[in-house]
Structure formats: structure tokens, C-alpha cells
Design a protein around this ligand. Structure first.
Ligand code: GDP
Ligand code: MG
Length: 265
């Protein structure tokens, strides 16, 4: 038992250090009652190290293994109508200007009919895929859902400017049908705040009105517990942009945990 405790301690340190929240999971899985059922021992080299009381060596093997296993990309589809602000959102998320090298082309420029991946310097495993706009003459909704390879993503962000549209709802329903997750992002919130100001609305008043419209609008269409974020890609420090980043980071952790859990069976 002391061997297990020591290994857990080593793992705890490693996981904390590498910000991978697997310690609890591995702790639960570690059982000396039935060593063959113990996931970490299936990792090459771990069993041998444990036999030799080399807990530090075993922990090192597990860490190396986890790092390799968790080095999978999380593919996020950025979808929505043309002009909703998809490409601008991707640039803002990556912390670059629309005119910078490697930026997603904006201003209604559909750079390609194929989705294009963009990477974040701080999250090298995360790819944001700039999808074409739904509901254009080239891509009416039904054709879009069939022709754009829509199903292959791990996660979806629907970008919507102004009001909730029929196409936004179609996207949300399709993602829910596929039993995948999405965030609903109301873009161009800076515009709403400015319009609200002219009508003497407070910023809080405007934000809560938009949030209510989005959440209730989606719920009325049968979307369960929609996660709604109000952002401005021109002001990524304001509104829900920082919360969106944090929530996505947690999502990445969940994906990693799922990966390890899949491996352990
Ligand atoms: N005011 C404001 N305009 C935005 C915002 N995001 C995008 N836009 C503008 O909306 C237009 C369409 O944006 P774009 O990213 O090309 O839309 P896409 O077709 O969905 O990729 C561009 O002129 C952008 O500058 C935003 O957060 N605030
Ligand atoms: Mg675009």
C-alpha cells in the first residue's frame, strides 16, 4: 500500500505540474487488490518499475505516456452565417490582427470552400476550423450540412451576430442531434452596447437582454441548456470573451480525461 501511496504522490506532483487533471482519475483506478485491472500498470515499463519498488521511475513512465496520449488535437468548428464574424473571432482568439500574417481573411471573404484550420500559440493542440458561412447561395442550409464535412469535429462554436436566425437554430439542432457540444457565441457585442447607449440603456441592461434573447430563443427551439457567450472580437478583454477562453480550456481537460478513460477501458 505504501508503494501505491508513494506512486500517487509522484503522480500527483507530475499532474499538477503539467496541469493535467488526471490525478483523481488515476488514484481511483489504482488498486493493489487486483493489479491486473490497474490501468497504469498496462503502460510499458510501469509494472517492471513497480516490481523494483521504483515509484519515481513508474511515475516518469506514466507521465511520458500521458503526455504522448494527450498530444491529440481538439478540433473546433467555427460555424455560422456569412458575415457573422467567424474569421474575426478566430483572429481575436489567437490574439492576432486581421491584417497580420497567417490571419484568417475577414470582411466576407470566404477564403475557400473547404474549412481551414488555425492554431493558437498557447494551445498547440487546439485547431480552430474556419468553416464557410451557412445560408449563402453557394451553401443553402441543407446543402451546407451535407457538403461541408460538418460531422468530423470534436466541438462546435456557432457565431451569430444580431438576432438568432433560422440557420443558427439549424446548426444547433444538428450538433445536438450528433450528441456533440457547442457554444453559442453572440458576436459584435460592441455594436449592441453602442446602440443601447444611444437609447440610454446601461451596458448591463443591454447584455442581459441579449443573453435572455439568445438563451430563451434556443430553448424554445428545443436546445437544452445552451451555453451562450456575448463577445466582441474587437474588444477581446471585455464581456464574455475571457470566460469563453477559460471554459474552452476546461473543455480541453475533459477531452484529455476522456482519452485516458477510453484507453483504460
Ligand atoms: N463591430 C464589430 N464588427 C465585427 C466583429 N466581428 C466581426 N466584425 C465585422 O463583421 C464583418 C464580417 O466579419 P468576418 O469575420 O469576415 O465574418 P465571417 O464571414 O463570419 O467570417 C467584418 O467587417 C468584421 O470587421 C465584432 O466583434 N464587432
Ligand atoms: Mg470568414
Amino acid at each position: 500500500v505504501s508503494l501505491v501511496t508513494e506512486l500517487k504522490r509522484n503522480l500527483g506532483f507530475i499532474c499538477l505540474h503539467s496541469k493535467i487533471s488526471l490525478y483523481v482519475f488515476l488514484s481511483v483506478r489504482m488498486s493493489m487488490e487486483d493489479p491486473d485491472d490497474s490501468c497504469p500498470e498496462q503502460i510499458p515499463g510501469v509494472k517492471e518499475a513497480l516490481k523494483n519498488n521504483d515509484t519515481a521511475g513508474a511515475a516518469k513512465r506514466i507521465k511520458e505516456y500521458l503526455e504522448k496520449q494527450t498530444n491529440v488535437s481538439l478540433n473546433i468548428a467555427i460555424t455560422g452565417e456569412s458575415g457573422a464574424g467567424k474569421s474575426t473571432f478566430i483572429n481575436a482568439f489567437r490574439g492576432i490582427g486581421d491584417e497580420d500574417d497567417g490571419a484568417a481573411p475577414t470582411d466576407f471573404a470566404e477564403s475557400s470552400k473547404d474549412p481551414i484550420p488555425y492554431f493558437h500559440p498557447d494551445y498547440p493542440n487546439v485547431s480552430l476550423w474556419d468553416l464557410p458561412g451557412i445560408g449563402t447561395p453557394k451553401y443553402p442550409a441543407d446543402k451546407y450540412l451535407r457538403s461541408v464535412p460538418f460531422k468530423k469535429y470534436d466541438f462546435y462554436i456557432i457565431i451569430s451576430a444580431d438576432h438568432l436566425t433560422e440557420n443558427d437554430v439549424k446548426l444547433a439542432k444538428e450538433i445536438q442531434r450528433m450528441m456533440k457540444k457547442f457554444y453559442f457565441v453572440h458576436s459584435k457585442t460592441d455594436n449592441d452596447i453602442n446602440v443601447g447607449k444611444k437609447k440610454d440603456f446601461t451596458a448591463e441592461g443591454t447584455l442581459s437582454k441579449i443573453r435572455k434573447n439568445c438563451v430563451e430563443g434556443l430553448q424554445k427551439q428545443g436546445i437544452e441548456s445552451p451555453q451562450v457567450f456575448l463577445v466582441s472580437s474587437f474588444e477581446p478583454r471585455l464581456y464574455d470573451f475571457p470566460l469563453l477562453r477559460k471554459t474552452l480550456e476546461r473543455e480541453l481537460d475533459v477531452q484529455r480525461d476522456n482519452l485516458i478513460s477510453d484507453f483504460c477501458g
